[in-house]
Ligand binder design. Structure first.
Ligand SMILES: [Zn+2]
Length: 322
């Protein structure tokens, strides 16, 4: 039996899987609010009480939202850190591995089925090419899948913390405002839930509009996208348009950096909630409009990952190969 996990800034998913040829099968899957636990071992204990594993755990793989150094990770948005040693201590697994969360998710893309993906651009897939994954959620994650000896090998990155590159006068104005607030503007200041709130602040001139005032704490990003999609507030419409265009552009940047001719995968919690806006065209237009590379970008297959458990599935795929 395999243990797989996906530890995010908001939610932690843990699952037990059985081995399979390519795609391990989930026996049990549970979600826990990351912030309500004092450390990761407490979540493991809660999981043990909930699912009562019946067989020994052979391998354990956990993706975490932060850089992994020497099998230890300090989570970007959580006070505690996490180590492979505590997973081994709890599970008794012969091997426990920590991966960056996007690296974990990247392991899922080769086993996802067509109904778990939504095509934004069919493109012309190159079976010998690389792929990339970009995922906006609580933060912004990016990963590469390099083709090595015919197989796609996930490679982590902290690309979400690279500098935001504005393209239009409006984006330059937004960069100025955010630089005044934060000093430095990485892409994650715009492309994640709290990032959408930053964009909202810009389009509303610092004012908070009624749909967002009514939102429960933490639900502001969802309130902004809902107000935008319902046409309830013109400034929220502009905020979501700016967000989607910047998201498409960054996906194109990542596609170029990784030469992702085999595919660009858009994961994370936000994309499935704004699918109609992603499909409207501004995302793909920003993705492609990068001369002299526009022809290559127009040939890259671009798909949204609809499976909300792709992170934990990818961790299980990695464990399955151990
Ligand atoms: Zn508004």
């Amino acid at each position: 039996m395999l243990l797989a996990g996906d530890v995010g800034g908001t939610k932690t998913l843990l699952g037990l899987f059985t081995r399979a040829a390519a795609r391990p099968e989930a026996l049990a899957l549970r979600a826990y609010p990351t912030n309500e636990f004092a450390n990761f071992t407490e979540i493991l204990h809660a999981f043990e009480r909930d699912v009562r594993p019946q067989a020994a755990i052979e391998a354990a793989v956990v993706g975490v939202a932060g850089p992994v150094v020497h099998q230890r990770a300090k989570l970007t948005n959580i006070v505690w850190d996490i180590s492979a040693a505590e997973i081994t201590a709890w599970s008794g697994a012969r091997r426990a591995v920590l991966l960056n969360d996007l690296e974990a998710m990247a392991n899922s893309v080769t086993v996802l089925t067509p109904d778990e993906l939504l095509v934004l651009q069919e493109g012309v897939p190159n079976p010998e090419g690389n792929a990339v994954v970009i995922a906006a959620g609580t933060g912004l994650g990016e990963a590469y899948l390099h083709r090595v000896n015919g197989r796609l090998r996930p490679v982590p990155s902290e690309g979400g913390h690279a500098d935001f590159a504005p393209r239009t006068d409006r984006e330059i104005d937004m960069l100025r405002m955010l630089r005044d607030i934060y000093g430095r503007v990485d892409v994650e200041r715009i492309l994640c839930g709290p990032g959408l709130v930053n964009v909202h602040r810009f389009t509303h001139g610092g004012r908070v509009c009624p749909p967002v005032l009514r939102a429960a704490p933490g639900n502001e990003p969802a309130a902004i996208s809902q107000a935008a999609m319902a046409g309830e507030c013109a400034e929220c419409v502009e905020a979501l348009d700016l967000f989607v265009s910047a998201y498409g552009s960054e996906a194109g940047n990542l596609g170029m950096r990784g030469v992702a001719t085999a595919g660009v995968y858009v994961g994370g919690g936000i994309a499935p909630k704004i699918l109609p806006v992603l499909q409207r065209g501004a995302f793909m237009e920003a993705f492609r409009t990068k001369p002299p590379m526009d022809e290559m970008l127009a040939r890259m297959p671009v798909r949204v990952i609809l499976n909300a458990e792709a992170g934990v599935l990818g961790a299980a795929v990695y464990a399955n190969e151990m």
